[in-house]
Write a protein that binds this ligand. Sequence first.
Ligand code: HEM
Length: 280
Amino acid sequence: MGQSSGCGQGHGNGGGVSANLAYTKFLFVMARLEDDAHGARLRTAGGNIARGFFNDFDIDDSRETQAQPFETIQFFVRDGELPEPEPTCVGPCLNKARHLVQISSKYRPRLQEIEEELRRRIGDAADVLALDGAARTPRYSSPEMVHYSNKGAPPRRSGRASRNAIIVPIRKTAEWWQKSPLERHAYFYPHVDESSACPVKGHAMTAERGIPALFRRVYHNPDGYAREGEFDFVTYFECEDEGLPVFDGVLQSLRDVQQNPEWQFVKEGPIWRGKRVLRW
Ligand code: HEM
């Protein structure tokens, strides 16, 4: 059995090392009928829930790197028709949602209130699916890794320039969570793969060409890992139009277990792709 199984509690806080620093909530809105009345109701609801939040659409990097505002909101709209489901996909079909909003706060109950308000205002015209996340300090990083993976990474830009958003919820297998934290650590670095005995790039180097093109965030399940029917992570990316093929290439490479054996323990959820917008 893995070293962390002794407590019999699953993996609540990653072995007690990481704590939730701030919370985020993605609210996916799946309309039952896309008519004018639904559009109008959604716009009003969006305007109402946005009150008191800083709108990240107009973010500039100076605010991101200096004083982080307490509460932020970002609206999104899916472009194009409903994508084909990914063959590898697990979990709810959140990629059916045309509208999405992300709200963030240090105070989790505030996000719950907004979710309830949105559900109440939208009524039975649409289904709302919520994915919760938490910001945590990196666990598998070293100063060298932070330097490597952030050097040349773009600052967060306004939604006018960096208008594309991609969300990939991810779950890791029981086998992953049975490994000790130090064993898991190795998968993010160049290392020798146990099964093939060959040197491999690992997660960060495999994804290297994404560094200058993608603004990225990993949110953790705030209630812990390996929870039945839930995702462990929600990954979030923003990029300019030219970054889209880079994202696709990076994801393809990460899926290649010859370069990145970590992915054999990954179950991807449905990918949601759309545009950041000022309002719905
Ligand atoms: C763009 C280049 C990328 C770089 C440089 C990069 C780098 C990293 C690093 C260094 C970590 C470890 C963080 C820690 O210490 O906790 C990490 C974690 C993670 N990354 Fe990436 N990544 C990239 C792209 C991606 C992409 C495209 C995905 C998925 C679509 C992804 C999914 C994840 C997930 C789920 C974790 C958390 C894994 C865990 O804690 O078990 N990354 N990434």
